[in-house]
Design a protein around this ligand. Structure first.
Ligand code: ADQ
Length: 468
């Protein structure tokens, strides 16, 4: 493992009470998630985390031994950088443009200025020859800015969301700068191999660079790239799911939902990439055709509020709530809704109880970098029961290949897959779940962080020709 001091730079600081003003629930959640994963590693060397503290000014305790370096953002900067360029331009474009990306020139200026501020903060706190690990699409310009300020640093960049093929990326008005920004890193990590391939194609096309899937030559430098699929704290979720209070809560949920009913569950951030509308349409048609009946089957849809200051997210919420209301109005009975819709955040124990209580977990994003919910469900099913219906377009599908894989755009296919999962033989389900659990046991979030940081350290040794 690397012995250099480490600086993590992410949009948000890893604070428990760090709820975004728009209710965003992202991978930065603490404890667990990235914070948990890095915790052990961060103990081994001096470590600092640079990020937005959630408000306009500094506040701030440290988290364990990790120093926090807050970056302040004004309300205008939050609009232009976070809600604007990051979440209304890059987010939809990188997710196959399932929602039309918006290009506004003033957002770009703010995005660049905020990236520069984060780069300056990282340059200020990083020790000599430190490793700096930059996270995600909010900070895509930062690696190059940081290299200009501090050429001695070892710089890593990890993209948590998909990285699109050239046809989509080419739409970006500032595409060359964005590409140069990322390529300021020594190692660019993605969730899937396809993304590394897309980056190499773009580097050839836009920069005329000599590029293969795992090495891109930019002037005198070689940028390494590769897939490092992110994961969860598997043992934390497994332990939580067997805690007596969680087991009791799961039993109570089953009782409240109707003891004899089959329970389908979906847990998503309320985001148009998650395919919630497609799923509701499929479920409505199953009810309409009599393939599913409210007296023996129920869907629980958890949709945590997200990015509510962005108009398209408010519109989506209205559409989803309208559709849930229509379905319940048409097919529900007194005391027996077709769908339980919960637009609330839950703590980890409540989520674990929900995962335990479900028969079929339905994870059907239209595009998703990874999707941690699918992995959390698998980790929570210690007895090997339960079915996972999983979109082919989630990064997790590359690893959880024994799930019931589905194309969520294919409505008939989605309906048939839901029925197959509902009616599957328990022995088949156990075999499928067993294979997924074995994979996860080896590929938890600690393995992810170790693999990435070891690869980053290795690129540093290659560049400096240091012995291993
Ligand atoms: P997200 O798009 O936020 O993450 P996901 O990977 O599913 O998506 O993670 C969501 C997290 O929020 C999960 O840990 C889940 O348990 C939690 N969550 C969901 N609903 C909740 C609720 N009601 N209350 C509390 N917590 C809830 C981005 C990318 C993903 C990628 C991750 C990590 O879009 O593709 O997997 O980063 O890299």
């Amino acid at each position: 493992m690397p012995r250099r001091s480490l600086v993590v730079v992410a949009n948000r600081l890893p604070l428990d009470d760090n709820a975004a003003p728009d209710g965003a629930c992202e991978w930065r959640r603490s404890p667990g998630g990235l914070t948990g994963a890095l915790h052990t590693i961060l103990q081994q060397a001096p470590a600092t985390w640079v990020g937005w503290g959630g408000g306009p000014g500094p506040r701030l305790p440290n988290v364990g031994s990790v120093r926090l370096r807050p970056v302040a953002l004004t309300a205008d900067e939050q609009r232009g950088y976070y809600e604007g360029f990051a979440n209304s331009t890059l987010w939809p474009l990188y997710h196959d443009a399932v929602q039309q990306p918006v290009f506004q020139r003033e957002w770009w200026d703010t995005y660049r200025a905020v990236n520069q501020r984060f780069a300056e903060a990282a340059a200020e706190v990083a020790g000599r020859h430190a490793a700096v690990w930059v996270q995600d699409y909010h900070l895509q310009l930062l690696p190059r800015m940081l290299r200009e300020l501090r050429p001695d640093l070892l710089i890593g960049f990890f993209m948590h969301i998909p990285f699109p093929p050239p046809e989509l990326f080419m739409q970006l008005p500032r595409r060359v700068e964005l590409l140069h920004g990322m390529l300021g890193a020594d190692l660019v990590g993605f969730q899937r191999e396809q993304a590394a391939h897309n980056l190499a194609q773009l580097a050839r096309k836009l920069l005329g660079a000599e590029a293969a899937d795992h090495a891109i030559h930019v002037g005198p430098r070689t940028v390494r790239t590769g897939a490092f699929p992110v994961s969860i704290d598997v043992s934390e979720m497994s332990a939580l799911a067997t805690r007596p209070d969680v087991v009791a809560h799961a039993g109570q949920l089953r009782h409240d939902l109707g003891e004899s009913k089959r329970v389908l569950l979906s847990v998503d951030r309320l985001d148009y990439t998650k395919g919630i509308e497609h799923r509701l349409t499929a479920y409505r048609e199953l009810l309409r055709d009599g393939d599913v009946k409210v007296r023996d089957t129920v869907l629980v849809q958890v949709a945590v509020p997200s990015r509510e200051r962005v108009e398209s997210y408010r519109d989506l919420r209205d559409r989803i709530e309208g559709e849930v209301g229509r379905i319940n109005g048409e097919y529900g009975r007194v005391g027996e809704p077709a769908i339980h819709y919960l637009n609330q955040p839950f703590d980890r124990a409540q989520l674990a109880a929900l995962y335990r209580a479900a028969d079929v977990m339905v994870v059907t994003p239209l595009r998703d970098g990874m999707n941690l919910v699918a992995k959390e469900f698998v980790a929570a099913r210690g007895d090997g029961s339960g079915a996972l219906v999983l979109s082919e377009f989630a990064g997790a599908a590359a690893e959880l290949s024994t799930a019931f894989l589905v194309n969520p755009h294919d409505l008939d296919g989605l309906k048939q897959t839901l029925l197959r999962a509902l009616e599957a033989d328990p022995a088949d389900l156990r075999a499928r779940m067993g294979a997924m659990r074995r994979h996860l046991a080896e590929h938890d979030i600690y393995a992810w962080a170790r693999a990435y940081l070891t690869a980053l350290d290795h690129t540093g040794r290659l560049a400096q020709r240091l012995p291993n």
